[in-house]
Design a protein around this ligand. Structure first.
Ligand code: GLP
Length: 273
């Protein structure tokens, strides 16, 4: 696993955006051979999306031949609701880049048959040839997408009931009223994320410190679903200093040494200036 420790949220966002941009550029995607990108919502990826928009507007990268698959969506929340993940993605990313509407895939949490919707989504990913790069955030309880503690580590796209922890964390988007937060979501599985060729997880701030510790230092455990990243050959975590406060000093030092020797932060931070 590669762990990159950046100074703060802004540096983390920039690093992640440049990493993603480089992957797309290197793949040199065409209409016949598009780049398949897995997309998260949440506050963690917002800064990264802003920088990707800047790079797109500056002509550094194009999303014309990029196909996206979002991680998750609430069940029963109208698509046009300001807090639906459909709204989030269009309002914070897709409306500002040159992506084709038909290349955007987001689960339909209002589908008449949710199981059919989930199977169909999984099939679409497979038909597209799998995800090249899955980007993700992390919940305070270590969930990726909406794979709550106790999720199968080989799970595929399905309906998940959200934990009280997650309802509490997300009620800030629903007038701080936990009763307004949808109780269920459709989500790609841990196995779906793990099937991607490469994964990058963004982890920022004090509230994610425990989750980061479990992701890196403790064993693979379905109570901290992000820990499954340990089993991936190309798993990356990019985090900020604040988020490292629960790591062992030796763990922290090792990843700092490693990134200094490999020039990781400098390399990506200044790539597209
Ligand atoms: C939700 C999303 C996750 C996201 C998490 C953290 O639960 N389903 O994909 O990683 O929130 O969000 P934030 O980045 O806002 O802390």
């Amino acid at each position: 696993m590669r762990v990159v420790i950046t100074k703060n949220y802004d540096e983390m966002s920039k690093w992640a955006a440049h990493f993603v941009a480089k992957k797309i550029l290197d793949a040199n995607p065409t209409a016949e051979k598009p780049f398949k990108l897995g997309c998260p919502t949440g506050s963690s990826p917002l800064g990264m999306y802003k920088e990707l928009i800047r790079l797109n507007k500056a002509g550094v990268i194009s999303f014309k031949n990029v196909i996206t698959f979002n991680m998750d969506e609430y069940v029963g929340l109208p698509e046009e609701h300001p807090e639906s993940y459909h709204s989030f993605m269009w309002n914070n990313f897709f409306n500002f880049i040159d992506i084709k509407k038909e290349n955007v895939h987001i689960l339909n949490g209002n589908a008449p048959d949710l199981l059919v919707e989930c199977d169909h989504y999984e099939q679409m990913i497979e038909d597209a040839g799998g995800i090249d790069l899955f980007m993700g955030g992390i919940g305070p309880d270590g969930h990726i997408a909406f794979n709550e503690p106790g999720s199968s580590l080989t799970s595929k796209t399905r309906v998940k009931t959200l934990t009280t922890n997650t309802l509490q964390a997300n009620c800030r988007f629903f007038d701080n009223d936990i009763r307004k937060v949808p109780k269920q979501a459709l989500t790609v599985g841990v196995g779906t994320v793990m099937s991607a060729k490469e994964i990058i997880i963004l982890c920022s701030g004090h509230t994610k410190a425990r989750a980061l510790k479990h992701a890196i230092e403790n064993g693979v455990n379905h109570m901290w679903t992000v820990s499954m990243l340990q089993m991936h050959q190309h798993g990356n975590i990019v985090c900020d200093e604040e988020c490292c406060c629960d790591l062992n000093v030796s763990t922290y030092q090792y990843f700092k040494d490693k990134q200094r020797i490999e020039g990781l932060v400098e390399h990506f931070a200044d790539m597209f200036e």
